[in-house]
Design a protein around this ligand. Sequence first.
Ligand SMILES: *Cc1c(COP(=O)(O)O)cnc(C)c1O
Length: 387
Amino acid sequence: MPDTASVPAPAATTAKPIPFIDLQAQRKRIEAGVNAAIQKVLAHGGFVMGPEVAELERRLTDHCGAKYALSCSSGTDALLIPLMAKGVGPGDAVFVPSFTFTATAEVAVLTGATPVFVDVEPDTYNMDVKSLARAISTARKLGLHPRVVIPVDLFGQPVDMDDINTLCAKEGVWVLADTAQSYGARYKNKRVGNLAEVSATSFYPSKPLGCYGDGGAVFTDDAELHQRMMQIRVHGQGKDRNENVCIGLTGRLDTIQAAVLLEKLSIFDSECDAREKIAARYSMLLKDVVETPAVRPDRSSVWAQYTIKSKKRDKIVATLSAEKIPTAMFYPKPIHVQPAYRAFPVVEGGLPVTEELSRLVVSLPMHAYLTPEDQDRIVAAVAKAVA
Ligand SMILES: *Cc1c(COP(=O)(O)O)cnc(C)c1O
């Protein structure tokens, strides 16, 4: 594989560095509200499960349309809690893409189940339903019990949830949507969080809706499941505080983070609109330069990343870096080739699309406050690199 070191570095620039995600620009917009909200928590002192937590959960259900929202300590715990609540464990197969953040597969291993890696589509980078069907039969041949699929809305675009839900209903497998990157997006006029039996999202600072630390949420319409997940969030605590009815976690969202999220949620829809406009402008300017991302007509993306594909990726990274423009690679090394995951099964026929994407993709600076001037500089640098 070529590496950036073999590409001669262009002359250094005196231009201002462009941030990959500009959280400071957002902070300026909401600074007064956030400071007041944090002060309020400091004053009332309910740092754990304070009133802002319940208020956030109510606002999230209003926002996405799910009946229940359970805030929690991270996106990873938002995936783990429903798996624990459903009793997923040894002998169960959990179907996950390999072209995703590690947490998607990690939670399967933490329960003692076996992750089975599924390939993705070459243009949306999301789980390929045909590959999922094949993986379910692969798992059965291996003597595993197909139990749950965790499709990932990669880079902010929802997966083809109708196709996945139909296949899973037929196979008796339940769906846990990993919406860590897509909260705020729509699919067939429904919001993410309300598309699968259970959905998990992350409020990690760099996600489209992020707090100022770690946080996450689980969404479902199932009252009984919600009840069990509430118990797991607090060490398996039952109705009586002194009774432990199951094994749980320290899985709560901090009150201060809930307070921050309430402020951010109030500007979130307008930020999603801005992200869509910026992504559309990138695609217009780059469509003849590199392969730009595809969004299906029946859905929208919140553009957690704006990811292009190019055989000249290394040259793009080096050229942009010399012009003080950061880039990021999601994901140069898919999970199934990582040392910690190599022993787990992959779908029969392997993951050719995942492996190709891992060699071609690179993500450009993307956030709601990216100016046309900075975007023009980024586009010009990409064009220069591939010329
Ligand atoms: C960020 C992310 C997670 C994990 O979220 P944390 O809040 O960092 O634990 C899980 N899945 C995907 C696809 C992610 O991007």
